[in-house]
Design a protein around this ligand. Structure first.
Ligand SMILES: *Cc1c(COP(=O)(O)O)cnc(C)c1O
Length: 735
């Protein structure tokens, strides 16, 4: 058995032996009993609408801020654990009741409207969005990183724009791993059972009021799939779950871990998502006019649509069915490297599907496998989900202009040899982020004050937004930023306070954290997955030069790091350990921290509170990147290699660039790293640090604030998910 397989077997074994008679959670919907005037809190806790309306979040938090923090901002858990006395205090608080009443009115207004029709897209025929992960809020831990957060933001904007839309995904019982750092700086993983806590999920029932159950046959066994509903504003997100007692114990773990299994587990997960997802929509009477495959994981849905079409018209062939499927499906690719795309060994794939299913496609076995190859003739090629998705969709797109270009080159082999790279039919829609989710509440107040309560509307119009932001006084932007920065520093002190390590020489746990970090000091954030191409080690490549900046008495720099390494990626874990164990005679221990367990909560604080956001991917491997977009709309300045979205975003005034515009030819990776590291240190020393510490008579860094405003002006509209979803609607869904 190879390494990955044996690790997985261990995970499965541990999980199974932990709970031989696996308990099944049937529902989460027991509401807390509340005084009638507070009962709306139950409704609100059941719709993630609250998560992007700050006044809703504070409605919960203000009842018991300490509990809100320990509950990790999970309102269902919070309401369950709330003390009676707190509840009745609020029931007797006139101002509080007035706040609830107002919010309830807004909420009802928001959720009551019918979705806006767009051509063939209407309530009965919505866009159905399929994705393997969703990052809506940290209280629903079914995401690992960028792809999931993007999907969450896509749903929220579809809701705000009132587009007829449903989401389909998987309910991973154990989610993605939680990160622990051991004494010696080595990453350890553990998994929490999502069913042991409260979640904002409702069981989906059939017309008889029974639990909706759909079935599919995989690996020769029938597997039952039940469904949970997560409400995301006006949007329904259906999450499929195999952990029911009807299933064989092994099958209960199909929706166990996100990206945790071996290749066979991946196949069956993707069968549940693609085929199961279509069946769930049918059972609910939803007839999507567009299926959006967000990344290749859900591409098996195209086969299910083909099978349906063949059943409906027995005289038709697979080629006919394929035309009908292509008409309905659109595909977004997210990976600029070959190895990042799922491929499966044909025999394993065949065993998972079973011959009955494959026969129903009316394809000779060899033609079936050709659907998943870049070159159909090449019998040694494994079955790829991206080639399948590209073949079966009427549209394919990358997630930034550059990534579109890279994808056309990467998948050129699928098209006739005479096809020039620029004629490969892969377009691009650049990613964006959901402004109300990511913008700091205090900054939103500044927008309300100076732009108006309809600032979100103004934001949709680029010209109006630019003019409006110009009117905001420097002082107010700076004040909002300072508060967010202080809040970030408090979080850093809280999270790094020593728990159990005996080693004082790492930057993730400290005996005392009161002197850690200084709100006056230039703060640079660097948080992302730890993968080779993200080049975590670039900043460490000249330690002496780095520490000289950190130690500077007059103009020091401090760094906050966060991110996870894939459990099987030992090389990435070594890079992390190297960073965590830098131990020099310097102020590094007080001016650098690593926050374990990077998730949406940590991300919210980071993107709002840092002065500078650094990103140094190896070009052109950052398909888009979105964390820098969140920072930009909070007035933080991006300091990044020109790759992914930053190629489109950078204008010379709204942040900083690292390295040249294009990689010089004929340089090795090592030489490119050296070049970029040199540029990184140079820009820090000569531009960023001097500009940040240059104050005017009022004590404000005027030149710096001008850049912050320029960032907010030029990047918020362009990289908002409202812009992104509008682009999808106009250029992809309606085309
Ligand atoms: C935004 C976000 C990401 C994606 O950021 P990248 O720029 O793609 O690295 C990953 N994780 C979390 C928690 C995020 O909020």
């Amino acid at each position: 058995m190879n390494k990955i397989l044996s690790d997985t077997a261990e995970i499965m074994h541990n999980a199974v032996s932990l709970e031989p008679e696996q308990s099944s959670r049937d529902e989460f919907s027991t509401d807390r009993e509340l005084p009638v005037d507070l009962s709306f809190l139950n409704t609100l806790s059941g719709n993630f609408y609250w998560s992007w309306h700050d006044e809703c979040a504070s409605l919960f938090r203000d009842i018991d801020p300490g509990l809100w923090y320990t509950c990790e901002q999970n309102p269902r858990l919070f309401l369950r654990d709330l003390s009676e006395i707190r509840i009745w205090e609020k029931a007797a608080d006139h101002d509080y009741l007035e706040r609830i009443r107002k919010i309830e009115e807004e909420f009802l207004k928001y959720t009551a409207v019918d979705p806006t029709e767009h051509g063939a897209i209407d309530s009965a025929n919505p866009v159905a969005y399929f994705c393997a992960e969703y990052g809506i809020h940290n209280s629903l831990p079914i995401y690992s990183g960028g792809l999931g957060i993007l999907a969450g933001d896509h749903l929220k904007s579809a809701s705000d724009l009132n587009i007829p839309f449903v989401g389909v995904g998987l309910m991973y019982r154990f989610g993605y791993f939680r990160q622990n750092i051991s004494h010696d700086g080595w990453q350890e993983e553990h998994y929490a059972d999502a069913f042991e806590s409260e979640r904002a999920l409702e069981p989906v029932l059939d017309e008889n009021g029974e639990r909706l159950m759909i079935r599919l046959t995989m690996r020769g066994r029938e597997v039952c799939v039940r469904v949970w509903l997560a409400r995301v504003g006006r949007i329904s997100l259906y999450l499929l779950d195999t952990s029911t007692p009807e299933n064989d114990p092994v099958d209960r773990y199909i929706t166990g871990h996100l990206y945790g299994g071996d290749s066979e587990t991946r196949i069956v997960q993707e069968l549940v998502l693609g085929i199961g997802g279509v069946r769930v929509l049918r059972a609910l009477g939803i007839e999507p006019s567009v299926f959006h495959l967000n990344e290749g994981h859900s591409a098996f849905l195209t086969l299910e649509l083909a099978r349906e079409s063949l059943l409906a018209d027995p005289s038709s062939s697979f080629v006919d069915a394929m035309a009908a499927v292509r008409d309905k499906c659109v595909f977004t690719t997210h990976t600029p490297v070959d190895a990042g795309n799922d491929t499966f060994e044909p025999q394993v794939l065949k065993d998972c599907f079973g011959s009955e299913y494959l026969d129903s496609l009316k394809l000779p076995p060899e033609s079936f496998f050709e659907l998943g190859r870049t070159d159909p003739e090449d019998e040694t090629e494994w079955f790829g989900m991206t080639p399948l998705a590209i073949r079966m969709s009427r549209s394919a797109n990358g997630v930034s202009k550059k990534h579109g270009e890279v994808s056309r080159e990467l998948w050129r082999g699928m098209f006739p040899v005479e096809t020039a790279a620029e004629s490969v039919p892969i377009t691009s829609v650049t990613n964006g982020v959901h402004a109300p989710t990511w913008i700091d509440p205090l900054l939103k107040d500044v927008y309300v004050k100076h732009i108006g309560p309809d600032w979100m509307e103004v934001l949709r119009d680029r010209e109006r937004w630019n003019a409006a932001v110009d009117q905001i006084p420097d002082k107010e932007i700076w004040r909002a930023h300072s508060v967010a920065k202080n809040l970030l520093i408090s979080l850093i002190r809280e999270k790094t306070l020593r728990k159990n390590t005996g080693d004082e020489h790492t930057i993730n746990e400290h005996r005392k954290t009161t002197g850690l970090f200084d709100p006056e000091v230039l703060t640079i954030g660097f948080a992302r997955r730890i993968a080779a191409y993200k080049r975590w080690n670039l900043i460490m490549s000249d330690l002496e030069r780095l520490l000289k900046m950190v130690d500077d008495e007059a103009r020091p720099v401090q760094f906050v790091f966060a991110g996870k390494a894939h459990p099987q990626d030992r090389k990435a874990k070594r890079i992390l350990r190297e960073l965590l164990t830098i131990n020099h005679d310097s102020s590094w221990q007080q001016r650098a921290v690593f926050l374990a367990g990077y998730d949406q909560q940590i991300a919210r604080h980071l993107v709002r509170g840092v002065d500078v956001w650094m990103n140094v991917p190896r070009r052109p491997l950052e398909a888009s990147g979105t964390s820098g977009q969140k920072v930009a709309m909070n007035g933080g300045l991006n300091f990044s290699v020109l790759d992914g979205w930053w190629i489109e975003g950078y204008d010379g005034e709204n942040g900083f660039k690292i390295g040249p515009r294009e990689n010089p030819e004929n340089l090795s990776d090592d030489e490119l790293d050296k070049l970029d590291a040199d540029s990184l240190y140079g820009v820090l020393e000569n531009e960023i640090i001097p500009m940040f510490y240059e104050k005017n008579q009022e004590g404000l860094p005027a030149r710096w604030i001008a850049r912050m405003k320029s960032s907010i002006k030029s990047l918020t509209h362009q990289f908002s998910s409202d812009r992104m979803v509008s682009d999808y609607l106009r250029d992809i869904y309606l085309k």
